[in-house]
Design a protein around this ligand. Structure first.
Ligand code: UDP
Ligand code: MG
Length: 317
């Protein structure tokens, strides 16, 4: 069935656009999409808007656009499931041999799509992805933590996660099918793209501000998101917990030896209530920290084993 579908639409480009409260951006975006399709007149397109439980008129705008353009399709969720779920839904709905992911706010310039398509057609790549070369317009603190996060996760994860990588990319069907096979509940797209492999060419472009509306990311939102990324694509923190354990056993062993020796040789049992309390706090803290790490993995496993759907569709067309 899938083979048939793939053969049938081999040359079509599917564009997937996750939208969460994007009523203001969508008209601008659609204009750009039209411009792209005019630049590639012989190319068949399909635009898949995924409405991720928006609270504004996003769904209305999409329906209005659909009236004038039959290439438009949509999936609307029953509530906000997150961009990751929206991407997954869009990939499932796509029928093209080439599939692109695109933000609704025009931070990802749709005008790059013909260049990306040409690369996939003429060169031996399965995917053309984009990364930003700078972080203009972003708060300094955020850029700093983002950089540190990429350094850290690449050190502790076997999956390569590229600094500044956007989700904006054009993929061949084969790669899309590979991503669809990863049906995990905790989805961290940047990790998933890296994990499935395939040849990826990176295009760099300068960061742009969003055309309208506001970003959905707060600083702490991003912070917890990065922790999820680490947990989803590395088990190294568990190893760190074990190493802490071993290290503290060794230290404790030496301390015990010192105390026994002191008592036997100099008859000098160490007095010191404060130092004892400090140690208890310190070791107690480390223990809770490690237990927390364990708990994080356990909670992810718990959610995974429930086998809940990644998203719930309210309507689609
Ligand atoms: N988005 C979504 N669901 C969410 C949050 C965001 O579908 O829960 C969409 C949003 O509409 C936009 C894209 O994901 O098209 C990127 O979101 P945003 O611009 O807020 O993120 P940023 O560009 O700041 O990383
Ligand atoms: Mg954005």
């Amino acid at each position: 069935m899938r083979l048939l579908k793939t053969l049938h639409y081999m040359d079509k480009i599917s564009l997937i656009i996750p939208c969460y409260n994007e009523e203001e951006s969508l008209p601008y975006l659609y204009k750009e999409l039209e411009a792209v399709s005019e630049k590639m007149p012989d190319q068949e397109f399909e635009f898949i808007f995924v409405n991720d439980g928006s609270a504004d008129k996003t769904m209305y705008v999409i329906k209005e656009l659909k009236k004038g353009d039959e290439r438009i399709h949509y999936v609307s969720f029953s509530r906000n499931f997150g961009k990751e779920a929206a991407i997954y839904a869009g990939l499932q709905k796509s029928t093209g041999g080439y599939v692109a992911l695109l933000d609704a706010d025009l931070q990802d310039p749709p005008s790059l799509i013909d260049e990306m398509y040409a690369i996939l057609k003429n060169e031996d790549y399965d995917c053309v992805a984009t990364r930003r070369v700078d972080r203009k317009g972003e708060p300094r603190v955020r850029s700093f933590f983002a950089k540190e996060f990429y350094k850290l996760i690449n050190k502790i994860s076997d999956t390569e996660i590229v600094d500044g990588a956007r989700d904006f990319r054009l993929m061949k069907r084969q790669m899309v099918d590979a991503i669809l096979e990863m049906g995990e509940y905790n989805r961290f797209p940047k990790g998933i793209f890296g994990w499935v492999g395939f040849n990826t060419k990176w295009l760099a472009y300068e960061n742009r501000e969003r055309i309208a509306g506001e970003t959905k990311w707060s600083f702490f939102g991003l912070f917890f998101y990065s922790l999820e990324g680490i947990i989803a694509f590395s088990t190294r923190p568990l190893l760190i917990a074990s190493l802490f354990g071993i290290l503290f056993c060794i230290i404790a062993f030496f301390l015990i030896c010192v105390i026994i020796a002191k008592t036997l040789i100099w008859d000098d049992p160490v007095a010191g209530y404060p130092s004892t309390i400090c140690l208890i706090f310190f070791i107690g803290g480390i223990q809770l920290f490690c237990l927390g790490i364990l708990g994080q993995y356990l909670s992810k496993t718990y959610l995974e084993t429930k086998n809940r759907p990644i998203y719930i569709v309210k309507e689609q067309a």
